[in-house]
Design a protein around this ligand. Sequence first.
Ligand code: AMP
Length: 426
Amino acid sequence: MKKNKFQSPTGMHDILPEDQKYFRKIYELCEEMANFYEFERIETPILEDTELFSRGVGIGTDIVEKQMFTFKTRGGDYLTLRPEGTAPIVRAYIEHGMQNLPQPLKLWYFGPYFRAERPQFGRYRQFWQFGFETIGEEGPVIDVQIIQVFYNLLKELKFKNLVVALNSIGCSQCRPYFKKILASYFRNRESSLCADCGRRLRENPLRILDCKEEKCQMVVSQAPQMLDHLCESCHRHFKEVLEFFDDLSLPYALSPYLVRGLDYYTKTVFEISEDSEEGKKVGALTGGGRYDNLARILGGKPTPGCGGASGIERILILMKGKKLRFSQSPFPKIFLAQLGDLAKRKSLILVEEFRKIRIPVSESLGRDSLKAQLNRANRIGAKFALILGQKEALEGSVIIKDMETGRQDLVKFEKAVEEMKKRLKK
Ligand code: AMP
């Protein structure tokens, strides 16, 4: 087959009309959760100052090192297509003085994100995420509520066998010490690691825990665990998170090697995935954690925060295999059929009259065959067809056809809308 000259950019795709119902359903559920748990909507620009991410997400992370779409503006500034939502939201929090509002601030978002990754199943260069963030509260109850929002939302979408992977990666007190222990463990096994991990060992040994290479995973499986090296405050925090999980009967799996690829996380980190064959293929549906240092790194007052984000395409892939019911707006009860140029012009006027009084009408203004138009009226189950033929258009009248009984009445053009209003009320 001949390739079209223009195609969507690699790893970026169109969201076609047939997929919109899934997007709508996810969006509606996000709104429902947001209303219940009192999160307010926020949207930040698609572009941000590049430094926001290199500082916030961290130099040496995959995102900053390899995955940012960055360009120089004509004025010489560097801007980046946002690869994630948390750093921009904390930037907005600081910029708009939101620390002066009642805390914690609970915010949610829904939009496209960009990472220059190697495209593969469930991994794209433009992908959509929704996220929930709570800023200004350090208690473990917040971590649990954030996870619960995502968990409940996926449950509502009929996801079964959800696995919440949990870990704590400590804080600026205990993590540096653990990094040293980890580095010494890996240094003794450096020859068994891949070349990338050799480099990671010098830059940030925690990132070796994330490596997907089989030989590195073998080494990782025996590595020391952060959970055994948490300071007292992180230990207490994580213990309470687990207790809340037990109270809520929320299932979880301790994942001692879960670190996640962003530097700003502290204490709790989590991922939610579906334990199914297809679920394993798409990977984590949701990821997040606590980021108590982020506001300070971005130049604000030290402010704790916790949040997460879900990948909408991944959810959508799995939704397609489930039996979901979608609310569908019913078809209009009126179909407007026309024949001839004058009738077309008058039909446009009629459509506008109906719109003004919020009565939906269906039409096929581009068509000329009356038969085809009435067939369509039948197919969509219209109760009435308004027929404007050449004769009626000239005479200033309209035929109202009752599609059930077949009865036809002729009314004046100006009276047609009023008459339909009456008939629909009956
Ligand atoms: P992260 O911001 O990396 O924690 O990702 C949060 C969630 O967004 C993941 O669990 C995925 O569901 C989704 N996600 C991240 N990167 C991609 C991508 N390149 N393509 C599709 N979904 C993604």
